[in-house]
Design a protein around this ligand. Structure first.
Ligand code: F0G
Length: 465
């Protein structure tokens, strides 16, 4: 079989040396890190797949933009360039830069949510869920059932379950639903896309009940690429046209710009109809000045605004997106050949390996996806991330460990960073772990955990047989 690798539509102008690690050194690093990938030192990692967020390689155009950043405190040229570019792409009147995605959530969610409110999403990313809860509200996931079966190759597995959405709205009462959030692509379900059709249906329901519809837009360009490739009627549309249509159904967006806009830091917030939502815009400005900085820089340097404005356009280039999604397909193709299960079809920013299938005897409360993350590091110095019960945490009432729908080990691929040879190292390492998977029968126990977002800091230890 084998999937053909789509060659890079760029050449390499600058390189960064990475350390070749040893098995002994990696064993020691794991102990020092208390078996938590977030505690590893970056320099002790050979191939870093912890996240595709802020780990992207900027272009020569963006680096040139960095030198031209206008550092004026108020009204910088770079701010206007960014705002105009974003207005053109998304068709939104009000654009607010912030320092990263969770800042846009903190700025806006507290204005729309509070005690007694709920927010419903096709799936909340973990920090997004945390900001709903910090605002005093409850976060409810409402993804289509197909998303929960990794082996089921159906299209648009990131979609909202529209029937369930409507029944949740009736159950809680429309007046108590502070917002509906469409995460494109759906990160927690495996970088799975949302169709325009689904977005339209969700917008129709929101309109019917008078509920605000927000897009969590971190990976909007990858989503548009899937729409063009897989949704009927979109083959002849440009990525820009598809993006614009997708956003035309929403009222607001929050965005981590550290993903599809190919920069290392940044975020955006948008309000489509600024006149109709004057109070919201005023609230956003006030919150932004208090937490992020003046409205024309929002916690970013002028040079960051400039790189972001350029990245917004580069991220929409079709040749780049074909190569980018091609990398995921190549890696997934190698796993298919080796019989390793993952969330399929492969999503937009990484391969989500089904660790529960690889280690069927390790129960969710011993964190099989964490086992695989540790073994990949042990095997080849590859750092991945657990997206399963370890990340999900404990029930807030009973304090008992919750069972996640998936036990994924996410191999997130940074943009324009790794080559085909690196992808082969990753596939070979996974195959090597699979070959000795039967010998690994026990997982990990938590020896210390903080009360909020525990997976970033918790300490773990291997359970001995
Ligand atoms: N929304 C989604 C869908 C995300 O994937 C992220 C971040 C955020 C919001 C928050 O943005 O990190 O800029 O504050 N996801 C990263 C990840 C961290 O690894 O998937 P942020």
């Amino acid at each position: 079989m084998g999937v053909k690798y789509i060659p890079e539509p760029f050449r390499i102008k600058m390189v960064e040396t990475i350390k070749m690690t040893t098995r002994e050194g990696r064993e020691e690093s794991l102990k020092q890190a208390n078996y938590n990938m977030f505690n590893l030192k970056g320099e002790d990692v050979y191939i870093d797949l912890l996240t595709d967020s802020g780990t992207n390689a900027m272009s020569s155009g963006q680096w040139a933009g960095i030198m031209q950043g206008d550092e004026a405190y108020a009204g910088a040229k770079s701010y206007y360039r960014l705002a105009e570019t974003a207005q053109e792409i998304f068709g939104f009147e009000y654009i607010q830069p912030v320092h990263q995605g969770r800042a846009s959530e903190k700025v806006m969610f507290t204005l729309l949510l509070g005690k007694g409110k709920v927010a419903i999403s096709n799936m909340f990313f973990d920090t997004t869920r945390a900001h709903v809860e910090l605002a005093g509200a409850r976060a409810i996931d409402c993804v289509v059932e197909e998303a929960k079966v990794p082996s089921l190759r159906s299209k648009f597995k990131g979609n909202m379950d529209v029937k369930k959405l409507e029944s949740l709205i009736t159950e809680y009462g429309a007046e108590n639903v502070g917002m509906v959030v469409m995460t494109i692509t759906n990160n927690s379900a495996g970088g799975q896309p949302v169709s325009v059709q689904n977005m339209k249906e969700v917008a129709g329901i929101c309109k019917k009940y008078g509920i605000l519809l927000n897009i969590d837009a971190a990976r909007y360009a990858e989503n548009a690429y899937f729409v063009k490739r897989d949704e009927e009627g979109y083959q002849d549309k440009s990525i820009m046209e598809i993006t614009r249509e997708m956003f035309s159904y929403a009222d607001t967006f929050t965005m981590s710009a550290k993903k599809d806009t190919i920069v290392n830091i940044g975020g955006l917030l948008g309000v489509k109809d600024a006149k109709k939502n004057g109070d919201l815009v005023m609230g956003i400005k006030g919150q932004c000045i208090s937490f992020e900085g003046f409205v024309t820089y929002g916690g970013l340097a002028g040079r960051d605004l400039e790189a972001l404005a350029i990245g917004l356009k580069e991220g929409l280039e079709e040749d780049y997106l074909a190569y980018r999604i091609g990398q995921m397909e190549y890696l997934a193709g190698r796993l298919d050949d080796a019989g390793i299960a993952y969330q399929s079809p492969v999503g937009g920013h990484g391969v989500f390996v089904d660790a529960a299938a690889l280690f069927p005897d390790i129960p969710y409360y011993e964190f099989p996806a964490q086992v695989l993350a540790v073994e990949l590091y042990r095997e080849a110095g590859i750092r991945a991330c657990e997206i399963g019960s370890f990340l999900l945490g404990n029930d807030p009432d009973t304090k008992k460990q919750l069972k996640a729908d998936f036990e994924f080990t996410r191999l997130a691929i940074p943009r324009r960073v790794y080559t085909q040879a690196h992808l082969d190292v990753i596939a070979d390492a996974l195959i090597a772990v699979k070959e000795r998977a039967k010998e690994i029968r026990r997982g990990y126990r938590i020896t210390w955990e903080p009360p909020v977002l525990r997976h970033f800091q918790a300490h773990l230890e291997p359970i001995k047989e």
